[in-house]
Design a protein around this ligand. Sequence first.
Ligand code: KG4
Ligand code: ZN
Length: 334
Amino acid sequence: MRILGIETSCDETAAAIVENGVHEVSSAVATSRELHEKTGGVVPEVAARKQVESIVPVIAETLERAEMSSEDIDAVAVTVGPGLIGSLLVGVEAAKALALAWNKPLIPVNHLVGHIYANFIDNPEPVELPAVAMVVSGGHTDLVLMRDHGDMEYLGGTLDDAAGEAFDKTARLLGLADYLGGPLLSKVAEGCEVNPVSGKLPRPKIDDKDFDFSFSGLKSAVKRVVENENLPVEVVAREFEDAVVDVLVKKTIDAAKAHKVGTILLGGGVSANKHLRKRLSEEAQKEGFKLHVPPLRLCTDNAVYIAGAAYFNYVEKPLGEVQADPGLGITDLV
Ligand code: KG4
Ligand code: ZN
């Protein structure tokens, strides 16, 4: 079964064709990121207008790269939330129009559940369920128990800033970048191999028994360190990254132990973080869990995992019932 996936939840316009949920046939992504770099953040109206410009060319490009037409597609899948409402609407309306014109089923997909399915794409190793999935993105930090496809339980998530948001805000505070500075902060941290101030910043909620997170205090602690101490930027970046990764790794391993699963899945933009991948992989191995992490190009937003998630969670909805929903998070789904 071939599914055309469409993703327009924020500032990326993406389309992809995926076979049987696991094989990527083609993918295209356009981004309006450079416009948001100028304003130091996404202006939703600007992002939505770029979605309108890009959606038809991106879908056409995806079909062209696959050398396919509507006859080769069995269903259309689209991200319905969470995300910016103006951006989401463009994808949802495009998907509805295609499903109607091509007479194909339409499958709504939750963006965060989608991130988890990046682990199933062209993975040479079988992904065994049940699993604990950690979704770390710009807007979310969620721990989810995935008993089976379509059977998920929300275990916990951030009470304030998401992990990616904390990376981006701290990068701004350190004067590294005004917009999406997370990857750059991580690169700067690589300049400090051995952390000389380990423990200076708090590891919020690390020993709490729940699976919630809180990163906003960490950002304020970085501010105090920057104002009061004359530490090199790479040292502060190293300690910040260590603090976030310590918490993410500990809580993920704790959740996997508590729910007696054998598999851990990572997903979301922050799963591109090298330090997180390395530390989680070391801990998972030590504790006897099988860890899957998506290839780097599938960590940040794209439509490949949207089509993948649609295949494994196939719930066809009548056209009129498919609506964009900005607030729809993992908690609303399970
Ligand atoms: O999943 P994503 O592409 O968009 C959302 O759904 O939010 O995630 C984007 C987030 C941004 O906050 C970005 O700074 C962060 O992921 N990110 C990283 C890295 N690569 C992307 N954060 C830390 N280290 C990275 N290497
Ligand atoms: Zn995302």
